[in-house]
Design a protein around this ligand. Structure first.
Ligand code: NAP
Length: 281
């Protein structure tokens, strides 16, 4: 599994991690097995949120990582409605309890919301000083929101921006990704398979993925993940409720595409014009 640095933090993380959204709707034992086998395969970056299943998914993740906490880079997110100073401190305590741990490796504001960002950042810094989180970041921030967050927090403080990024939605490449590159901020691509919108095998793009996959003895999904990872600040966090899917995704961490492969994918799934807004799921 390829590792790369999480932006300015210099923490080395696997390029492929594990999402957990909607796991409360799947069989719990199967999800726990998928997460554990994913960790075995090197996908130690685990993404969750207090929102997922209204806390149920954090509890599931807590069970999955029991006894393995030190192997894992654990990420959770505070809801914007809980992101006042006092609200974020309290939300973090609840997440820690559900996750059965004493610290998060990364704590994110789930999306920009009604509470003053200064107050959320103050809470994040205090949580870090107390050892309850190691780093903090944001999610679903467009370039203007991210610029403001950087200005408020100071340089080398916002460790990542977690954003919607898949083959059919490349809008972050216009401005958000370059801004992150300039500031050493990691870009964590959520819904890297389009959250159920993965190109069908008989579509034009699906055929391109299949032919590149065949040439490498890989799968179309591994090829898609590898395309998203072609730029240095990017990590991907596909979600798999089934162990066979988790293992398939982990193998993308060792795949290497040629520049010709990348060019073919770029043509099949064009970037498109800058619409001026950051798409979210
Ligand atoms: P996704 O990862 O794009 O797609 C998940 C779907 O793909 C599931 O149906 C899964 O099936 C299937 N799948 C996964 N690996 C597969 C494989 N190798 N072969 C075939 N099918 C496969 O969708 P997502 O859950 O929306 O996004 C990933 C993670 O990003 C989330 O879980 C969450 O942690 C994070 N996220 C963050 C935000 C945010 O606002 N910050 C928003 C959305 C998502 P099974 O589950 O049946 O294995």
């Amino acid at each position: 599994m390829e590792q790369r640095e999480l932006g300015f933090t210099k923490i080395r993380l696997p390029v492929v991690g594990q999402g957990t959204w909607q796991m409360e709707e799947a069989d719990e034992a199967a999800c726990i097995d998928a997460i554990r086998r994913g960790i075995d395969a090197g996908m130690t970056h685990i993404d969750t949120a207090e929102m997922y299943g209204a806390g149920e998914v954090e509890s599931l993740v807590g069970k999955a990582i029991e006894g393995r906490r030190d192997e894992v880079f654990l990420v959770s997110k505070v809801l914007p409605s809980n992101a006042s100073y006092a609200g974020a401190l309290a939300a973090c305590e609840r997440s820690l309890e559900r996750l059965r741990t004493d610290r998060l490796d990364l704590y994110l504001l789930h999306w920009p919301g009604p509470e003053p960002l200064e107050e959320t950042l103050r809470a994040f810094k205090d949580l870090r000083a107390q050892g309850k989180i190691r780093h903090f970041g944001v999610s679903n921030f467009d370039q203007a929101e991210l610029s403001r967050a950087i200005a408020l927090a100071g340089p080398n403080e916002i460790a990542c921006n977690q954003v919607f990024y898949h083959l059919l939605e490349r809008a972050i490449e216009h401005r958000v990704l370059p801004l992150c590159e300039r500031h050493g901020i990691a870009v964590v691509a959520y819904s890297p398979f389009g959250s159920g919108r993965f190109p069908a095998p008989d579509s034009m793009g699906g055929k391109v993925l299949a032919s590149i996959a065949a040439a490498h003895g890989a799968t179309p999904r591994q090829v898609a993940l590898r395309f998203l990872l072609r730029r240095q600040p990017v990590f991907v966090i596909p979600k798999a409720a089934r162990a066979e899917h988790a293992l398939d995704n982990a193998a993308a961490g060792d795949l290497r595409l040629t520049s010709e492969d990348l060019a073919r994918i770029d043509t099949a799934f064009p970037l498109g014009p800058d619409r001026g807004v950051l798409p979210t799921l």
